[in-house]
Design a protein around this ligand. Structure first.
Ligand SMILES: *Cc1c(COP(=O)(O)O)cnc(C)c1O
Length: 363
């Protein structure tokens, strides 16, 4: 794939380090922080971000897939790596060869793991994933029959932890409290059945900032590392572009496909080479703003594949001037969360989309 030559992402490792400090302070000293680096670290680059985080003393990494874990090991990562989506048949060897800790959620996975471990002395660690109300992956919290069946089959497997995922920590307090309560109960049941303590973890960003009771023995931090979810965090990814056209159009002239914007006065219109091919969502049409010379200017008309148009108002701007699309430049901040909500989505989707498609540099 060819990257957009005029628009690129800058990743601030300094802000990444700052954010880890804010997170550690919020969850309290001594609580391990797992950095969630799935989906290429939410578009920030999994290997460079993880390498930096390991230097900053991170306690572990969370990835979605086994293959991501293998890539991290190849890059020299030595901290524990948790595979949040478990594994599928055929991935056992890769899992074991790379000393990855899967979050296991079915009896079938336990059987596969048993077989793969075979005659090894040291069984690698695994965590059990419990569905306490998310309705995605996990042993259902009150399905004691299946849990008991799983326990009977663990043989010499080394279960070291249990995990759950909260589905609405930014919303319903009572639902989140119920999930936390269910998790406590399952943990108690499993610890007594296995006669050992388990590392329990439930909290993602929204959870550990809002529910101290969700912190348990470890937190899983994704979006907060990248700068969103709390006012003290700083955006790690910033997207920059430049003006490639500046011209004055008369009142009445229409902008972009579908003529959804008609100028109500003579207007200086700029063109910026960023579009939905770069993950800049089409749903931002007529809604987004960007920063030029430290000022906000608004986009007009539909977002196209490679371009957006902006109303330059009275800002003296020339072809080649730098443009902040998202993130931070000096004192101007254009949050991915702000832009995402204008486009009816969340910072996660915008970061993944833009980070994945643009050229990245690290500083
Ligand atoms: C993605 C993910 C996280 C990270 O969530 P953030 O809201 O980005 O902190 C944590 N746990 C699980 C299971 C996830 O899939």
């Amino acid at each position: 794939m060819m990257n957009n030559p005029y628009t690129y992402a800058k990743i601030s490792l300094k802000n990444l380090k700052h954010n880890l400090g804010v997170i550690r302070k919020a969850v309290g000293r001594g609580i391990p922080v797992m950095a969630v680096v799935k989906s290429d670290a939410y578009g920030h680059g999994m290997v460079p971000v993880s390498t930096a985080l390991e230097q900053y003393g991170i306690d572990g990494f969370g990835v979605a897939f086994v293959e991501e874990g293998a890539i991290l090991r190849q890059a020299g990562i030595t901290a524990p790596i948790y595979v949040l989506s478990g594994f599928q048949r055929g991935e056992e060897a890769l899992l074991l060869a790379n000393n990855l800790t899967p979050l296991v959620y079915s009896v079938q996975q336990i059987d596969l793991f048993n077989k793969a471990v075979g005659g090894r002395h040291l069984a690698p660690a695994l965590h059990l994933k419990i569905d306490t109300g998310m309705g995605r992956l996990g042993f259902v919290y009150d399905d004691r029959d299946t849990l008991a069946r799983a326990l009977r089959r663990i043989k010499k497997l080394n279960i070291t932890g249990i995990a759950t995922h909260l589905s609405d920590p930014g919303g319903s307090r009572s639902y989140t409290a119920a999930q936390i309560r269910r998790f406590w109960e399952v943990r108690k049941y499993l610890e007594s059945a296995l006669s050992k303590q388990l590392v329990a973890h439930a909290a993602n960003t929204d959870s550990f900032f809002h529910y101290p009771g969700a912190v348990f023995d470890m937190v899983r931090s994704g979006i907060s590392l990248y700068g969103y979810g709390h006012k003290d965090l700083k955006p790690v990814l910033s997207v920059f572009s430049r003006l490639i056209s500046v011209k004055t159009l008369k009142k009445g002239h229409c902008i972009s496909y579908g003529r959804t914007y008609r100028l109500n006065r003579d207007t200086t219109v700029g063109v910026i080479p960023v579009g939905y091919a770069d993950g800049y969502l089409r749903s931002l049409s007529n809604k987004a703003f960007v920063g030029i010379n430290g000022k906000k200017v608004y986009s007009r008309g539909r977002v196209t594949m490679n371009h957006i148009m902006i109303d330059l108002q009275n800002i003296p701007a020339r072809i080649g001037d730098p443009v902040l699309i998202m993130g931070q430049d000096g004192s101007l901040r254009i949050g991915a969360d702000t832009i995402a909500s204008l486009g009816s989505t969340i910072s996660y989707e915008l970061l993944c989309g833009m980070g994945a498609s643009l050229k990245r540099s690290y500083e």
